[in-house]
Write a protein that binds this ligand. Structure first.
Ligand SMILES: [Zn+2]
Length: 233
């Protein structure tokens, strides 16, 4: 099976489906991950017009992006991801880009990888980039050529459960009992993203959520997904 994961930011896919990626890879499925936004917000617009400040800020921002990219590649390696694509659309401002431009990027990814199944961010997340990525993915997957037979959404801790009203309706669960430790290990590469409990992106909460979905599905640990559409040929 060929899998394409379309994530707004580096680490979304680890939080949402790190264990499931490992499971796919253990079954020899091909897993490709694409990150659409850079993951680091540029603050250059909030700085007054001092050129040196702007330049300093730009340098710092580029350094942070390259650091995050390194972390994402280390995590991808640990999860045995086959291919990783970065697009560096502006963070926290994907809605400022014409949606068609993002749709084109996703259409090209679909042409390149011919995925049977796509996983992406949830349509009701608090983060605007997550919602934009969902909308663009759904459009790129419109049933014209039927390459993509299955479309799923994953949850991202501190975004999916922080939006109200809560609309994550998982109906697909994956046993990740054997992969939970590695998922947390992968998340630890993102030193600026992993936080202390009771933050949702803490190792303790990642475990709690896996156990919670486990209780819903009869496993010691699980990841939960909302299946959006499935086409049977
Ligand atoms: Zn995100």
């Amino acid at each position: 099976m060929k899998i394409l994961v379309i994530a707004a930011h580096p680490d979304d896919e680890i939080l949402g489906m790190g264990g499931t990626i490992l499971r796919h890879r253990s079954k020899k499925d091909v897993v490709n991950v694409a990150y659409l936004a850079s993951g680091i917000t540029s603050r250059k617009r909030s700085i007054d017009n001092f050129d040196s400040e702007l330049e300093k800020n730009e340098k710092k921002w580029k350094k942070q992006i390259s650091e995050l990219r390194k972390n994402a590649l280390s995590a991808s390696k640990l999860l045995k991801v086959n291919n990783t694509d970065f697009f560096d659309f502006p963070d926290n401002a994907l809605d400022s880009i014409p949606l068609l431009k993002i749709i084109k990027v996703i259409e090209n990814l679909i042409k390149k990888y011919k995925p049977d199944r796509i996983y992406t961010n949830h349509y009701n997340d608090l983060n605007i980039d997550h919602r934009t990525v969902y909308n663009a993915t759904l459009t790129a997957c419109r049933p014209l050529n039927n390459i993509v037979k299955e479309l799923f959404c994953f949850e991202v801790l501190s975004s999916t459960e922080w939006n109200y009203p809560y609309r994550f309706n998982p109906n697909y669960f994956v046993n990740i009992k054997n992969h939970l430790d590695k998922k947390i290990q992968a998340m630890k590469f993102f030193k600026t993203e992993i936080q202390k409990f009771p933050h949702p992106r803490s190792a303790e909460n990642i475990k709690s959520v896996a156990k919670r979905w486990g209780t819903v599905s009869g496993f010691n640990a699980a990841e939960a997904f909302e299946m959006i559409r499935k086409i049977e040929k």
